[in-house]
Ligand binder design. Structure first.
Ligand SMILES: NC(=O)c1ccc[n+]([C@@H]2O[C@H](COP(=O)([O-])OP(=O)(O)OC[C@H]3O[C@@H](n4cnc5c(N)ncnc54)[C@H](OP(=O)(O)O)[C@@H]3O)[C@@H](O)[C@H]2O)c1
Length: 336
């Protein structure tokens, strides 16, 4: 076993503009060996998310920046294959910040936890993990849908957006409209997920469509993209609207000063709020939300889609797909 190599992708360069395959360096290192109190994890599935690009830059935000030569950071799931730790026996399925690599050693402290029995690895990385709970918390507790309310979601065919729109419906929203970047994505939202309408922002006049679909304005705008689409939403707020700032992917590849929203002053006229959040502040509530969302999934009310890429070599590509819009639902990469 100790002859096996450990494939890794290291950070080779700080990304400029769109993150590129050449920002990563592929290396093979010896498989690590667990010391006293440690165990060896074989990683099977890796999850990518847009925020990882920001962590490749030398900017401190809520997560420490990565350095050139570091193993690329990412959440993943795997199995304990050797153990000197009685709390993590061989065969235990685990999840954590495992990075772009096959194997790693852990002492059980920090970002590693057991995957509950009955939960598939894919689900642990999506609906029953930070991505799924971002959709739940952002919509249910920041957006606060009221019966019959009007809801617009951007990035709607992505991992967070596709859940956020469905959660609004489950909680009693009236009209829920999604904005996404292809006709295929728009059809998926309306034909399979129960969105009332969808707008293809690449081919349609988003401002005109939002006005037409929401003549009385938006009660909730759930923002994953920022930029021009956020500005359009701000121009269409109903009284006491809630603008949920979950993400701003349209800015993630930009360098230099970024223009702020021109229409922010409508928050005043509409007595509206605009609230940002980071889901890692709410980890202590994951168990509670697993129960709520687990019931919706079991009842067929909440659907989720995994976009699985196969092959270790595709790890950088998986991250890039989030910015080219190639993913539908949650982007994961199976490496073993
Ligand atoms: N606040 C938090 O705690 C938290 C936690 C997790 C995620 N987030 C944020 O939530 C957002 C969604 O994350 P996710 O993991 O669910 O990713 P995702 O939506 O599955 O993937 C990103 C999607 O964004 C769209 N996109 C890419 N570039 C765009 C642009 N310039 N303008 C508009 N849309 C663009 C693409 O779809 P199209 O084809 O539609 O363009 C792409 O599929 C991200 O902004 C992320 O940073 C926040």
């Amino acid at each position: 076993m100790s002859n096996s190599k450990n494939r890794q992708f290291l950070i080779a360069a700080r990304p400029e503009g769109l993150v590129k395959e050449s920002d990563f360096k592929y290396v093979e290192t010896p498989m690590p060996e667990p010391g006293e109190g440690e165990f060896l994890i074989h990683q099977e599935i890796v999850a990518v998310e847009p925020a990882l690009r920001g962590q490749m830059e030398n900017r401190a935000n809520y997560a420490a920046p990565l350095q050139i030569g570091d193993v690329m950071r990412a959440l993943g799931v795997g199995t304990v294959i050797e153990s000197n730790n009685p709390d993590y026996k061989v065969g235990q399925r685990v999840q954590g910040l495992f990075g772009f690599q096959d194997y790693l050693v852990s002492d059980g402290k920090g970002m590693v936890s057991r995957i509950p029995d009955g939960v598939a690895g894919e689900a642990a990385l999506y609906v029953f993990g930070g991505t799924g709970f971002t959709a739940y918390y952002g919509m249910a507790e920041v957006g606060k849908p009221t019966p019959g309310c009007n809801v617009l979601v951007s990035g709607a065919a992505g991992a967070v957006g596709s859940l956020a729109g469905q959660i609004a419906k489950i909680l009693g929203a009236g009209k829920v409209v999604g904005i996404a970047g292809s006709d295929e994505k728009c059809r998926w939202l309306t034909e399979e997920l129960g969105f009332d309408a969808a707008i293809n922002y690449k081919t349609e006049d988003v401002a005109a469509r939002v006005k037409e679909l929401f003549p009385k304005g938006l009660d909730i705008y759930y923002d994953n993209v920022g930029g021009e689409i956020l500005d359009i939403a701000l121009a269409n707020l109903a009284m006491n609207a809630r603008v949920v700032i979950c993400g701003g992917i349209s800015r993630y590849n930009k360098s230099g000063p970024i223009e702020g929203p021109k229409n922010y002053f409508n928050l005043v006229y509409s007595r509206a709020t605009m609230t940002g959040f980071i889901i890692v502040d709410h980890v202590h509530r994951y168990k509670e939300w697993t129960e709520i969302m687990g019931k919706w999934i079991a009842d067929g009310k909440l659907k989720y889609r995994i976009d699985m890429l196969d092959g270790f070599e595709n790890l950088p590509k998986g991250l890039i797909r989030l910015f080219t819009g190639d993913n539908i639902g949650k982007q994961l990469i199976r490496i073993a």
